[in-house]
Design a protein around this ligand. Structure first.
Ligand SMILES: NC(=O)c1ccc[n+]([C@@H]2O[C@H](COP(=O)([O-])OP(=O)(O)OC[C@H]3O[C@@H](n4cnc5c(N)ncnc54)[C@H](O)[C@@H]3O)[C@@H](O)[C@H]2O)c1
Length: 291
């Protein structure tokens, strides 16, 4: 099966990034959201990212112009999925929302369409059970920022067919990504490790072990991580991080109980880069304010 039309549902942090790499790879891409504002912001994001890509020599001017021939936006999910070959769902990590999007897409998309989810934690078997086509449902897990992170983690549910996995793999490769195939288990490989490290850093911050800057610096320079766990949490979104931890706590047990300080930050609306304040403060352009 040849994939030509991709629909990305949810134009937030991840959806806009996925739509960007998809359109850049030459897929006819439609980004769908319930919010016009999110779609406008996503379009601006694509403009800024492609401009920076050209300046840094990552993409050519032609590629950047071509990208906008392939990128479309819509607020009408039912209509948009009618000619989709692959749908990538990137709505918030809430079961009810994902269930609703999968049910609607399953009902209105053609029979051959593959339904992929960018969930960080939720079981692909469960996601498949919300549809009439569990063989064509899998997790296609991208990383933030999508244009530069090289991995796509593909997670199979109980009934996911090998054909669906290999199509998703080919699409990811055309988007310039490497893939790993993972069997279903809560948190897959990456979310499980990342949640644990991020939570531990929050515990340390709460205990006064070191400042946020020094915790991040220690992990970057001492353990050779490209980013510290607290700055990564701000990039991912502390609400997303908390959701993941709650799910892993529920499914895998005590060691994933979210740090109280993380819960407090989320309650206070300190969600990270996207709200201008998380562990660190950010300017309107999303740059960290150095102390
Ligand atoms: N943030 C990360 O770094 C990251 C990394 C990997 C995976 N994920 C996963 O990706 C998914 C999306 O996360 P995010 O951080 O991009 O979320 P986000 O909150 O930034 O964006 C979600 C978007 O979905 C839209 N939305 C909500 N309900 C919708 C509906 N019914 N139909 C269409 N659009 C709808 C919202 O308006 C919003 O624009 C989650 O499952 C998350 O776990 C996130």
């Amino acid at each position: 099966m040849t994939i030509r039309n991709i629909v990305v549902v949810g134009a937030g942090v991840m959806g806009r990034g996925i739509a960007y790499v998809s359109a850049l790879a030459g897929f006819r891409t439609t980004l769908v959201d319930i919010s016009e504002k999110q779609l406008q912001d996503a379009y601006e994001y694509a403009k800024n990212t492609s401009e920076k890509g050209v300046q840094r020599g990552k993409i050519t001017v032609d590629e950047s112009l071509n990208l906008f021939n392939h990128l479309h936006t819509s607020i009408n999910l039912e209509q948009t999925v009618k000619d989709a070959d692959l749908i990538i769902e990137a709505v918030p990590e809430k079961r009810e929302l994902k269930k609703n999007v999968l049910e609607v897409t399953d009902q209105h998309a053609p029979k051959h369409t593959i339904l992929a989810s960018n969930t960080s934690t939720i079981s692909p078997t469960e996601l498949g059970s919300y549809t009439t086509r569990p063989k064509q449902v899998a997790v296609m897990h991208f990383f933030n920022p999508v244009y530069s992170m090289r991995l796509v983690e593909i997670v199979k549910g109980l009934e996911t067919s090998q054909e669906a996995v290999s199509i998703i793999q080919q699409v990811a490769e055309k988007m310039g990504k490497e893939t790993v195939e993972v069997n279903e288990f809560p948190g897959f490989v990456t979310s499980r490790i990342s949640a644990l490290v991020g939570n531990e850093a929050f515990h340390m911050l709460q205990e006064g072990v070191a400042t946020a800057e020094d915790i991040d610096k220690a992990i970057r320079l001492g353990l050779n991580y490209p980013m510290g766990p607290l700055e990564l949490g701000d990039l991912v979104g502390l609400d997303a991080r908390l959701n993941n931890l709650k799910y892993l706590h529920e499914t895998l047990g005590e060691k994933y109980r979210p740090a109280p300080l993380l819960e407090q930050y989320v309650k206070a609306g300190r969600l990270g880069r996207k709200t201008g304040k998380g562990v660190y403060d950010y300017t309107d352009k999303g740059e960290m304010v150095k102390k």
